[in-house]
Design a protein around this ligand. Structure first.
Ligand code: FO1
Length: 308
């Protein structure tokens, strides 16, 4: 079964990891949000792509869920000594990824190919694809600071500012890459990880042609809710939903995806929700351990296989 999973950062990476343990590597494609990407010290930083890359290669810091386990901060300390801002914690080994990526991008290598080279070098055999080759930036309109870049909102201000609106800079030039198009064409199932629908998944769906490419496939198209018991597993999803005027529930997430999807997975804690998708799975979705990740991946895939 060819599986495509759309993800943002840490939550989506957990499901991608579980899927990678139960599927042959050539059967899994991960399409990643790149709206969080930004420039720092002249380097192109792609936090969600790197989180997936480090998770699937086993390098990831298990405590944070991003960055490389055991990384040091010597370069950042020296940058601070030069008077630079250091609110975004870039580890020494992590910097190697950004240096190489930036050099390749400056040399004109397409983003998808840059990502492929990095993942191959890390020994990853699953396909990890940026949502598009064009640069896209998720901009957050806040009450307190006006419009700021995603990482400023998320890391510098620890997602405390009040969100008024979101804007995707550069989305008008973002088109489907041949690699993403092909992966969706041959998918036997399209999954959306338990990532923030507005911050992590909407940028992917907003790429020109993406929604159509997903909707026209007559296969299981399923999201896993990132909201459990009215709360986000991690990050600002619940706070943001409330600020944007949505009821904070898995049902709101299901309603947001609407008929783009035909299946929805939500946590057993929320049993009995009314959702618009015809296929519904109510199970344990919180992934704390490796076992939880594998179990959820297996449960979702087994459930999908039983549809026909
Ligand atoms: N998240 C933080 O909360 N603080 C950091 O200093 C930080 C640094 C960082 C460096 C590299 C990287 O790939 C990710 C990093 N993250 C950090 C996580 C990341 O910015 C967010 O989790 C995602 O963008 C949200 O999906």
């Amino acid at each position: 079964m060819n599986v495509v999973v759309l993800v943002g950062g840490v939550g989506g990476a957990k499901l991608a990891y579980g899927l990678a343990q139960v599927l042959p590597p050539e059967k899994l494609t991960v399409i990643v949000n790149t709206g969080d990407d930004f420039w720092r010290y002249g380097l192109r930083i792609c936090p969600d792509l790197d989180t997936i890359m480090y998770t699937l290669s086993g390098l990831v810091d298990p405590v944070n869920g991003w960055g490389i386990a055991g990384d040091t901060l010597n370069a950042l300390q020296q940058l601070r000594a030069y008077g630079e801002d250091d609110w975004f914690r870039l580890g020494d080994r992590d910097l190697a990824t950004h240096i190489l990526r930036t050099r390749l991008l400056h040399a004109g290598v397409p983003f998808t190919e840059v990502t492929e080279r990095l993942t191959k070098s890390l020994g990853i055999s699953q396909r990890i694809l940026p949502m598009t080759d064009a640069p896209v930036a998720t901009m957050i309109e806040t009450m307190e600071y006006g419009e700021i870049e995603f990482q400023e909102y998320f890391v510098r201000h620890r997602w405390q500012p009040t969100v008024k609106a979101l804007r995707l800079e550069g989305i008008d030039k973002a088109v489907l890459t041949p690699a993403v198009d092909q992966a969706l064409k041959v998918a036997d199932a399209i999954l959306i990880g338990p990532s923030n629908p507005w911050l992590s998944i909407e940028p992917i769906l907003a790429v020109s042609g993406m929604r159509d490419a997903i909707m026209k496939r007559d296969v299981p198209r399923v999201a896993v809710s990132p909201i459990v018991g009215g709360q986000a597993i991690k990050g600002p999803a619940a706070k943001m939903m409330a600020e944007l005027g949505y009821p904070v529930s898995a049902a709101s997430v299901a309603a947001y995806y609407g008929d783009m999807l035909n299946g929805f997975v939500y946590d057993q804690m929320d049993a009995g929700l009314l959702v618009p998708q015809p296929h519904v799975l109510n199970c344990e979705t919180v992934m704390n351990t490796t076992n939880d990740k594998v179990l959820l991946a297996r449960t979702v895939l087994d459930w999908i296989k039983g549809w026909s």
